[in-house]
Design a protein around this ligand. Structure first.
Ligand code: GRF
Length: 208
């Protein structure tokens, strides 16, 4: 019994790579990445999926618009019997309609200690620029459930990283990705997968 995972991406895919590596090393034991979906073409995350022989496709959100994008996304998720979704550097805000239909079944990695430096407009380097600007001594990463509020869902895991006097936004981003994001996301994916496998097997027992 395994949890079927879909990973949504928009860029370089380093967090996807962390999930792939965790699957290969046995850290992600109860889940399997069955599908990678990007909202735009020619992103390196798709190359990573191909190299890992994971089915992947583009749903052209800019051309289709949000509603059609989510409609096509839902169809492909159902077709692949997906149990939960991981947003890994995915830059679109999903609608309330969509997140409600996947309540507590979508997780996201955000590069700060939520509730700091999160929400509308806080993504990528902007997060770390704001942290340095504010002069925080600690930043880090958060994995949380996704609802209709950007970065607003229940927090699952966090890891704090010390901010150094010599940090630039780029240096801080790299260290937080390497020491926090790429560790937390696989851990969270395994936690959710284990929970889903437990649910699936108890349903099976009830039906037999
Ligand atoms: C990074 O800023 C990461 O913190 C956030 O999305 C960006 C790109 O991630 N989650 P990835 O390399 O595409 O996974």
């Amino acid at each position: 019994m395994i949890a079927n995972i879909a990973v949504l991406v928009s860029g370089g895919g380093t967090n996807l790579q962390a999930l792939i590596d965790a699957q290969n090393s046995g850290v992600l034991k109860h889940g399997k990445i069955k599908l990678v979906v990007s909202d735009k073409p020619e992103v390196y995350a798709l190359t990573r999926a191909n190299e890992a022989k994971i089915e992947n496709l583009v749903i052209y959100k800019n051309e289709l618009g949000k509603e059609e994008f989510e409609f096509q996304l839902q169809q492909i998720l159902v077709k692949h019997n997906i149990d939960f979704i991981v947003l890994a550097g995915f830059l679109c805000i999903l609608s309330k309609n969509f997140t409600d239909s996947w309540q507590n079944k979508i997780i996201n990695i955000h590069p700060s200690l939520i509730p700091a430096f999160c929400g509308e407009g806080f993504y990528g380097l902007k997060v770390h620029e704001a942290a340095l600007q504010r002069g925080v001594k600690l930043s880090g990463a958060t994995v949380h459930f996704v609802n209709d509020v950007p970065d607003g869902g229940p927090i699952i895991l966090q890891k704090a990283i010390k901010v150094k006097k010599t940090d630039t936004a780029e240096k801080l981003q790299k260290r937080i990705m390497k020491e926090a994001e790429w560790k937390l996301l696989p851990q969270a994916a395994e936690l959710i997968s284990k929970q889903i496998v437990k649910e699936k097997s108890s349903v099976l027992k009830q039906n037999n």
